[in-house]
Design a protein around this ligand. Structure first.
Ligand SMILES: Cc1cc2nc3c(=O)[nH]c(=O)nc-3n(C[C@H](O)[C@H](O)[C@H](O)COP(=O)(O)O)c2cc1C
Length: 146
């Protein structure tokens, strides 16, 4: 839903959404690439780490990273950012969004955050999307995949 919101609200950008479980798309077709995942153990899930490690190197392709989290994002965004920077991407933005918790044992024993994100968090998320739109419109970087 969060990725769909980025796609729907971004202005002046033609967006494709791609599931990393379906392999690797041809990034040559895109000017900007976004990588998104959920916080897992205050980092990223092992399969996400493996996917990112297996990416082909690029040269200064523009990138943004985005994570969702249920309570504490920890270093999830930073881990994702480091993984892409190692591959030669050039960072144009990062954001983390507090969503409801999705891990059943935690929901039962600790917290659910069913009503998150708050209005303020949604506004911060939308500001991030506006910022992406502005950066994309500043250049010719309009074909995007996430
Ligand atoms: C195995 C596992 C580990 C998780 N670790 C964290 C974590 O370290 N910090 C956190 O805030 N949320 C953690 N979560 C919760 C998810 O990151 C959070 O609910 C996320 O926003 C769910 O997105 P989704 O509903 O699109 O899957 C974890 C969830 C799972 C399943």
């Amino acid at each position: 839903m969060a990725c769909q919101r980025i796609k729907d609200k971004a202005k002046g950008i033609s967006f494709d959404l791609f599931n990393m479980r379906d392999g690797y798309p041809d990034l040559n077709d895109y000017d900007i690439v976004g990588f998104a995942t959920y916080a897992c153990g205050v980092k990223v899930a092992q399969y996400v780490f493996d996917y990112m490690t297996g990416l082909e190197a690029v040269q200064d392709k523009l990138v943004f990273v985005f994570t969702t989290y249920g309570k504490d994002n920890g270093s999830s965004c930073m881990v994702l950012a480091r993984l892409v920077l190692r591959k030669g991407f050039k960072m144009i933005g990062e954001h983390a969004l507090h969503t409801p918790e999705n891990y059943p044992p935690v929901i039962r024993l600790e917290h659910g955050y069913e009503h998150y994100p708050t209005k303020k968090q949604v506004k911060a998320f939308d500001d991030f999307i506006d910022d992406l739109s502005k950066k994309a419109m500043l250049g010719i970087h309009q074909k995007t995949i996430m």
